[in-house]
Design a protein around this ligand. Structure first.
Ligand SMILES: Nc1ncnc2c1ncn2[C@@H]1O[C@H](COP(=O)(O)OP(=O)(O)O)[C@@H](O)[C@H]1O
Ligand SMILES: CC(C)(COP(=O)(O)O)[C@@H](O)C(=O)NCCC(=O)O
Length: 328
């Protein structure tokens, strides 16, 4: 369960490892962001396909892009310190920059994709890091055949429904600075991995990795030894948080919307839900939430919240109400 109410006015005066900010405290930092949105960029953001309130972009996500820009610059300086240490006088041992990796975690339907797409668009506006790639972890779900063989069809999105080793290797290769790294591709239409299709990532300045389980601790090896996990490669991570009841209502309204649009395609895995009454279709969506996505949130996703660098707590209207930032 989500235990501590997050974040908020600290009940105790004791120090915590976090800085808690209200929305208004955070949005006041917006004025220090040197890159106000132009009218053309506002239009471009609208084109992302989500209904995004532009005040929300200005008040919450623009300051976040500034914070991330400062972290990228600070990481570059830290690399400079490492190079000073490693310098052998002949340039040997000098480390070149590798992509800055940001993880975006949270429940199904909490708004991870929306946050990740917004960050991608906002971060790419900064001259220091124009190339921002976004990868979702669904490409690393086991193919449906494999999922059926493993008895995982009712556990899609649970940590074990992913090829975690391949996912960790993928991010490790990018962090290692490899020129070209590829990943499998998932189709929401087919509800399955697309055979033979790969996504290629070529040394971006920033990589955003978005998915339910990106903050999960490493999988223990067969020998019981601890391994390196995906989150060990993150330079920054964001957990998108909200009340489970609110997330359920977003899940259901997204399902209703998809039923009127994408599911109408006869090739859609969910097309059958357009052939029954709305009541019947919504009863199915509620069952999916209650039996798969809510248990996954409670058992696996929510317990990783405390590991994030930043927690964005959304209210019922999707607006971020409070923020919790890890102290350094
Ligand atoms: N900031 C926002 N404002 C309005 N609606 C939003 C916002 N973020 C997400 N949504 C809506 O909530 C639903 C879930 O968001 P989505 O980004 O698809 O979630 P996830 O990737 O976590 O499954 C979608 O219908 C999306 O359009
Ligand atoms: C594809 C998902 C597992 C999310 O994948 P992610 O990119 O977060 O790894 C999820 O959106 C999903 O389809 N869950 C299965 C249950 C459902 O359809 O609601």
């Amino acid at each position: 369960m989500i235990t501590s109410p997050l974040p908020g006015t600290p009940r105790r005066q004791e120090p915590t490892p976090y800085v808690d900010l209200t929305r208004s405290e955070w949005s006041a930092l917006r004025d220090k962001t040197p890159l106000p949105l132009t009218a053309a960029e506002v239009e471009k953001l609208r084109g992302l396909g989500d209904v995004i309130d532009l005040d929300e972009v200005r008040d919450v996500y623009l300051p976040l892009s500034r914070l991330l820009n400062l972290y990228v610059e600070a990481t570059d300086r830290l690399r400079g310190a490492l190079n000073t240490f490693l310098d052998t006088g002949d340039g040997h041992g000098t480390q070149h920059g590798t992509p800055f990796v940001i993880g975006v975690a949270g429940s199904v339907a909490v708004g991870k994709s929306t946050v990740a797409r917004l960050l991608q668009a906002l971060l790419a506006r900064w001259p220091e890091h124009p190339r921002v790639e976004l990868v979702t972890t669904d490409g690393f779900l086991w193919p449906m055949k494999e999922m059926e063989a493993r008895g995982l069809m009712a556990r899609k999105g649970f940590p074990e429904s992913y090829d975690r080793r391949a996912l960790t290797r993928f991010v490790a290769d990018i962090k290692a600075g490899k020129d070209e790294v590829t990943a499998p591709v998932y189709s929401h239409l087919k509800y399955d991995i697309v055979p033979g299709e790969r996504l290629t990532v070529r040394r971006p300045d920033i990589l955003i990795v978005e998915g339910l389980n990106v903050l999960q601790p490493a999988l223990p090896g067969k020998d019981g030894r601890t391994r390196v996990g995906l989150a060990d490669y993150f330079d920054f991570s964001v957990y998108v948080d909200a009340k489970p009841e609110d997330i359920e209502s977003w899940y259901l309204s997204r399902f209703r919307k998809l039923r009127e649009t994408a599911f109408q395609n006869p090739d859609s895995y969910f097309h059958r839900h357009t052939l029954v009454s709305e009541e019947e279709a919504m009863a199915y969506a509620r069952r999916m939430w209650q039996t798969i996505n809510l248990p996954n949130l409670t058992q696996n996703v929510a317990p990783t919240r405390a590991r994030a660098t930043l927690v964005l707590r959304k209210g019922p209207d999707h607006k971020v109400q409070r923020l919790r930032l890890r102290k350094l």
